[in-house]
Write a protein that binds this ligand. Structure first.
Ligand SMILES: NC(=O)c1ccc[n+]([C@@H]2O[C@H](COP(=O)([O-])OP(=O)(O)OC[C@H]3O[C@@H](n4cnc5c(N)ncnc54)[C@H](OP(=O)(O)O)[C@@H]3O)[C@@H](O)[C@H]2O)c1
Length: 286
């Protein structure tokens, strides 16, 4: 029987590419998105290439929709093999200038969404005594970056949540946890982040404005000098997601490019894939 995979946020980018790649590699894919009216291009590829992909509605900020998508999968297959927590959204703004609504939203999408999707599949994976939970976090889950502190905080939270969970669900229930940490990816991500955060084309005001401008100029300079080194495609990151899913002994954490590896090196050198830390935690507490 085919293994199945539920992927969140498949309307564009890494999620879209992962849905296609997993289906081409023999998985039954449940491609979820918050707004299924955005599924036309995926459906066109499904039809042309005869792929085993079913589109489901799932908004990671809506627990009812998460539970309903998982229920559909269980009713059809009576199991769930892999969850890919991919849905996420960027946000670049000074904390002082962010509204309560923005702060709650960035945390809901990037952190609570991951927690609730994970919670929704755990009982099935525990009963099966197998499962994989793969989350697309970010280099921003390891290294805080200017004006991205709210986004990075949410991604750090995912890293901490998954580290704690991985200490016991892997050995006890054979549920393998992996965090995938990309650097820049050329997807809709940046455009969505800009439309969410800019007010009249400006991201910052007052004393923050010149600092933000320096930050943006630095980003632009790096992109101009070495765009292909900094930015991966969604398809390249999807290849890493598939590789992790197929690995019998998947790493707890993995960067997706040399740029991402170099960027995080100060934090990751002692324990690049997180195994040493997990083993120490198990020895200390379990
Ligand atoms: N692009 C980068 O530079 C970068 C770098 C490091 C990590 N990442 C991470 O990689 C993952 C994929 O991002 P991407 O680059 O592929 O960006 P993307 O093209 O913008 O895709 C993000 C996906 O998440 C979905 N999404 C947003 N809010 C959602 C919600 N409430 N419920 C369900 N889905 C929701 C989006 O749906 P809509 O189309 O409806 O908005 C879209 O399908 C994210 O977790 C992101 O944080 C991205």
């Amino acid at each position: 029987m085919k293994k199945n995979v539920l992927i969140t946020g498949t309307s564009t980018g890494v999620g879209f590419e992962s849905a296609i790649l997993f289906a081409k590699n023999g998985f039954k894919v449940y491609a979820s998105m918050r707004n299924t009216s955005k599924s036309d291009s995926l459906k066109e590829i499904i039809r042309k290439e005869n792929l085993d992909i079913e589109v489901l509605q799932l908004d990671v900020t809506d627990i009812k929709s998460i539970n309903s998508a998982v229920k559909t999968i269980i009713e059809k297959d009576n199991r769930i093999d892999i969850l890919v927590n991919n849905a996420g959204a960027g946000f670049a703004k000074a904390t002082e200038q962010s509204s309560e609504e923005e702060i709650r939203w960035v945390t809901e999408v990037n952190y609570h969404g991951v927690v609730f999707c994970t919670q929704a599949v755990l009982s099935y994976m525990r009963n099966q005594k197998s499962g994989r939970i793969i989350s697309i976090t970010s280099v921003g889950g390891l290294v805080g970056q200017p004006f991205n502190e709210l986004y990075c905080g949410a991604k750090f939270a995912v890293e901490g949540f998954m580290e704690g969970l991985a200490t016991y669900v892997s050995d006890a229930f054979n549920i393998k946890i992996s965090n995938i940490e990309p650097g820049g990816i050329a997807t809709e991500f940046m455009t969505s982040a800009i439309s969410k955060t800019a007010v009249d084309g400006k991201f910052a005001s007052g004393e923050y404005e010149p600092i933000f401008e320096r930050y943006m100029a630095g980003n632009q300079k790096r992109a101009n000098e070495s765009k292909e080194l900094v930015y991966q495609t969604g398809a390249e990151v999807a290849e890493v997601v598939l590789k992790v899913a197929l690995n019998e002994y998947p790493p707890f954490r993995i960067r997706t490019s040399k740029w991402a590896e170099d960027f995080c090196e100060l934090k990751t050198k002692a324990d690049p894939d997180g195994t040493k830390q997990l083993n120490q935690l198990k020895e200390q507490f379990l």
